[in-house]
Design a protein around this ligand. Structure first.
Ligand code: CTP
Ligand code: CA
Length: 221
């Protein structure tokens, strides 16, 4: 019911959100993935829906139910997430990248299960770099308003502002990986061209509502 009474700052807007980890196959039974519960991305999808937006949630594998009123597109690999996002973003007003996208995929993934050798030699995996979905959407002419996330283990202030500029996004949300990972609450820091501002610790849904207010306030500018 609290959600029903949230301000409708995104009424009529289309919002695309990525959430969760991606999963990169090594063989049919093994994958390479990132630590991400998807909780923050799903909370943002719920908050954007509460604010009146039409929400598409491009989600890697998570254990979470799809928030009410949100269209979820389930994906596994970064390549699938990239394709789904590029299909959805031309029509979007806002893109929020919350997913922990694998930075690399295995080029020589096997189509059959890799067997252990009697000598115990591990397989030689070869990697290639995945596309940077956020940076690519941020470069689109007439693209949506882009918001990035950064979970860092150290030098959060330095890495986050650096990332904001490198990806070319107006707003980047930073948090400490150790603090936020799989937790139900979080402490966010907002980075924009004016500097940074820390929000107090609060449940992820409450933080998501604050962030959605912040984003809707910036849309008209
Ligand atoms: N991101 C993305 N596509 C990728 C990698 C990251 O869209 N292939 C997005 C994430 O969803 C997040 C932001 O970019 O919003 C920052 O992700 P992060 O992993 O912190 O940045 P990287 O540029 O990959 O830097 P690094 O992993 O080296 O810290
Ligand atoms: Ca990364």
């Amino acid at each position: 019911l609290v959600g029903f009474f949230q301000p409708k700052g995104l009424k009529g807007r289309r919002v695309v959100i990525t959430a969760g980890p991606t999963s990169e196959p090594i063989d049919p039974v093994r994958v390479l993935t990132n630590r991400s519960s998807g909780k923050m991305g799903y909370a943002l999808a719920q908050a954007a829906h509460e604010a009146g937006a039409q929400v598409v949630l491009v989600s890697g594998p998570t254990a979470l139910p799809c928030p009410y009123g949100v269209l979820r597109i389930p994906v596994e690999s970064a390549a699938q997430m990239h394709a789904a996002v590029m299909a959805e973003t031309p029509a979007a007003d806002v893109f929020i990248a919350v997913a922990a996208v694998a930075d690399w995929h295995v080029v020589n993934a096997s189509s059959s299960k890799i067997k252990k050798t009697p000598e115990g030699t591990p397989p030689a995996l070869q990697f290639a770099t995945n596309p940077d979905i956020l940076a690519e959407v941020a470069r689109l002419p007439d693209g949506p308003y882009c918001v990035g996330f950064a979970a860092e283990t150290e030098n959060l202030l330095g890495h986050a502002e650096d990332k904001r500029q490198r990806k070319g996004v107006p707003l980047l949300v930073g948090n400490l990986a150790q603090r936020a990972m799989n937790a139900d609450d979080t402490e966010l820091i907002l980075f924009d061209d004016q500097g940074h501002r820390a929000l107090p610790a609060m449940p992820k849904l409450q933080a998501a509502r604050k962030l959605i207010l912040e984003i809707s306030g910036r849309l008209g500018r």
